[in-house]
Design a protein around this ligand. Structure first.
Ligand SMILES: Nc1nc2c(ncn2[C@@H]2O[C@H](COP(=O)(O)OP(=O)(O)OP(=O)(O)O)[C@@H](O)[C@H]2O)c(=O)[nH]1
Ligand SMILES: *[C@@H]1O[C@H](CO)[C@@H](O)[C@H](O)[C@H]1NC(C)=O
Ligand SMILES: *[C@@H]1O[C@H](CO)[C@@H](O)[C@H](O)[C@H]1NC(C)=O
Ligand SMILES: *[C@@H]1O[C@H](CO)[C@@H](O)[C@H](O)[C@H]1NC(C)=O
Ligand SMILES: [Mg+2]
Length: 421
């Protein structure tokens, strides 16, 4: 054999070995892929099976325990009736500016997908200036129910004439320079006063019993397991919330003293719910996140999501209380939010079981969100949220929910036993 022939044979046998090694590697890989493939297939079948069992137990009226603050069978059982239920006398409600159209549509799309496409409730939009054609067209197209639009009259929105503007402007610039959120904003103050005492008196809402408030760029994480309006009516609820947090005290320096003034003159038949906003104890896991300097613990239901009974808001008791607060000028000289005002009046006038925490509604209004904790619940209702994530406020330090559980209605096993129970 000459040299070149020898090299060629060596080369060919080397090629054969490389080829063999390659085929062997390929075979091993394929085998592993197949194993992984099979593993995924089994896993996904298991999950499907688990999901099916849960869905069946849920839909066929078994007693699957949902994540619920109330443990009231009547509310949990509504889940299985949802398909046959008819519409309540209610509307979805958004106060919004024309330039917020993108956020308005984003919120609408989510609420339609997760809830309203099954019910077709009306959408009501309110604005202090006329809505543009573009806004009306786009929101009407997004809604699965009728849409209607209202222009807020100046007397319900703008600064009342009896407000001392010189004084107001002085207060505003002090608040602004000390960094109070929206401390220098006049329009934010109009919005808060309107949402505290005037939205429910707009003519366009006269024909409804209930509303659900919607804001631009909020999110709904789960398919609604029930119609919240129906839950409200069947259980005689007047106010519903999903998140409760602490207010910034420097927005409401004198609010509580005016509340006390009112309560001294108008004694309550039943002050049980007040414990929610006056309980200053804290839970051993946490140091208090805020210390208030008054009897008010600063807890309030976060009003960017709320479901309310309009007839309660329209009642003399609510309006008298609101009017007493309004006359002090605090909406303008300070920067009272509609959330503490709703919450304080509700806690004074309503019984604990007339307020409901909608534990089953996953919701986000930056920077906070709430996500149902029950794993089965999240699977059955296609939730897109992480109950253990940092943003879930439910039992974090910034949340007042534990105070609601303790003093309000709901997880009654957390409350000390009274003689009657
Ligand atoms: N028409 C109108 N709507 C307003 C005005 N100011 C606020 N709003 C609406 O009132 C609601 C509350 O206002 P936001 O600006 O969201 O106030 P917020 O939720 O306290 O604060 P953010 O953290 O900024 O969301 C939203 O639905 C706004 O679209 C206003 O001047 N005119
Ligand atoms: C309005 O407020 C200013 C500044 O606080 C005060 O000097 C003035 O007397 C007030 N005017 C009235 C009519 O009360
Ligand atoms: C809906 O509620 C309004 C306000 O309470 C009431 O006037 C109206 O009659 C109700 N409509 C129906 C169909 O019940
Ligand atoms: C509720 O009323 C009782 C009896 O009048 C009183 O002792 C108690 O301090 C009141 N609670 C609050 C929070 O005001
Ligand atoms: Mg907002």
């Amino acid at each position: 054999m000459n040299e070149s022939k020898k090299q060629s044979v060596q080369f060919r046998s080397a090629t054969r070995w490389v080829l063999c090694a390659f085929i062997l590697a390929l075979a091993i890989c394929l085998n592993t892929w197949q194993n992984i493939d099979a593993k995924y297939r089994t896993e996904s079948q298991n999950i499907l099976q688990k999901h099916k069992i849960q869905l069946r137990r849920y839909l066929i009226g078994g007693k699957l325990k949902l994540s619920s603050s109330s443990y009231e069978e009547s509310i949990i059982d509504l889940g299985s009736q949802q398909k046959s239920s008819k519409r309540e006398n209610a509307t979805l409600l958004m106060l919004v500016r024309n330039w917020e159209i993108e956020g308005a549509l984003a919120s609408m799309h989510q609420l339609e997908e997760k809830f309203n496409s099954r019910y077709h409730y009306d959408w009501t939009f309110m604005n202090d200036v006329p809505f543009t054609d573009e806004f009306i067209e786009a929101t009407s197209a997004m809604a699965s129910g009728h849409t209607q639009y209202a222009l807020i009259p100046s007397r319900d929105w703008d600064i009342p004439l009896w407000i001392n503007r010189t004084h107001m402007e002085k207060c505003m610039s002090v608040m602004e320079s000390s960094g109070v959120l929206y401390g220098g904003s006049e329009s934010y103050r109009n919005m808060c006063r309107f949402n505290s005492g005037y939205f429910f008196r707009q003519k366009i809402l006269d024909s409804y019993d209930y509303y659900m408030r919607v804001e631009p760029f909020v999110q709904y994480f789960c398919d609604f397991p029930y119609d919240p309006f129906q839950v409200m009516r069947l259980n005689n609820k007047k106010y519903g919330f999903v998140i409760a947090i602490y207010e910034y005290e420097d927005t409401i320096p004198t609010l509580w003293s005016h509340v006390e003034e009112y309560l001294e003159k108008n004694s309550l038949d039943d002050n049980e719910t007040l414990d929610f906003i006056t309980d200053k104890s804290h839970f051993s896991r946490y140091l208090p996140i805020v210390e208030s300097t008054t009897g008010y613990n600063l807890c309030h239901f976060w009003s960017n999501f709320e479901v309310g009974d309009l007839n309660w808001f329209r009642s003399d008791e609510y309006i008298q209380f609101f009017t007493h607060l309004e006359k002090t000028g605090g909406f303008y000289y300070e920067r009272w939010g509609d959330a503490p005002v709703h919450s304080i009046i509700a806690s004074a006038l309503l019984k604990p079981d007339e307020i409901i925490h909608f534990d089953e509604i996953g919701y986000s209004h930056p920077p906070y969100e709430t996500c149902p904790h029950g794993e089965s619940f999240r699977q059955v209702h296609n939730c897109q949220c992480n109950p253990n994530g940092d943003n879930n406020i439910d039992i974090s330090q910034a949340s007042c929910l534990m105070k609601w559980w303790k003093n309000g209605h709901g997880k009654s096993f957390l409350r000390p036993k009274t003689d009657s129970s």
